[in-house]
Design a protein around this ligand. Sequence first.
Ligand SMILES: Nc1ncnc2c1ncn2[C@@H]1O[C@H](COP(=O)(O)OP(=O)(O)OP(=O)(O)O)[C@@H](O)[C@H]1O
Length: 255
Amino acid sequence: MTAPETAEHNSPPLLSLSDVVAGYGAGDILKGVSLKVRQGQVTCLIGPNGAGKSTVLKCVSGLLRPRAGSVSFGGKDITSASPRATLALGLVHVPQDRSLFPHMTVWDNLLMGGYSTRDHSVIRPRIEEAADLFPILGQRRHAHAGSLSGGEQKQVEIARTLLLNPRLIMLDEPSIGLDPKSRRLVFDAIGTLAASGRTVLLVEQNARSGLAASQVGAVLESGMVRLVRAASALLADPEVARLYLGAHAQAIEAK
Ligand SMILES: Nc1ncnc2c1ncn2[C@@H]1O[C@H](COP(=O)(O)OP(=O)(O)OP(=O)(O)O)[C@@H](O)[C@H]1O
């Protein structure tokens, strides 16, 4: 497993990182990350704690500027683009921390998702699409977001991205800190996005569940993407299981 292996796909990548180097202080966290995310697929980035998975997402959304290398999205160079510019291109980043307004209702939180959209005529069909795909929006419409379980809140956060009609949804560890029931809600929501043809870049510590919800898996280690393969192939690979999906991880996920 020394050289990166590449999953074979015909479609051109929607997102492409080439030799991205990035960090926060003196040292580099990403030491030449290359990764392609294809249209209509869920790609899951796994790797040990502190490998830099969240840092990859920050480099894509413009929260952190790469020191070297390039990022392109839909054929456009976004290496130095601001978060506002990447958002305008349809790139939505759902951070690890909860981002709903807890004292607002679920429905008002949903509407906030369309706040930056200038053309108001497109909002209604997007609300209808989100409510069709995520029944929780209707069922808990009047509830304060803060009264929902962690998994339900993540579902609303994920559903809310649809108000921006995103071309790429990046989810940073959406299942972190959640109980098994809530985790299932989160992976159901990712399944819903996948079934509706959305393109997702998912970062997950629950590697088995993340890969099971994805078509493509990528392993980030020591600042580089070491392996890219069909997610099912990664799940079936005994060496990958030993290194990245070990008994410890399995025990945590089974809880
Ligand atoms: N804002 C920051 N300032 C300084 N160092 C940071 C900052 N954010 C992250 N780091 C460091 O960069 C490294 C990579 O962090 P990152 O969050 O990208 O890893 P990760 O693979 O997502 O880890 P985890 O799975 O634990 O969330 C870590 O050592 C972390 O402490």
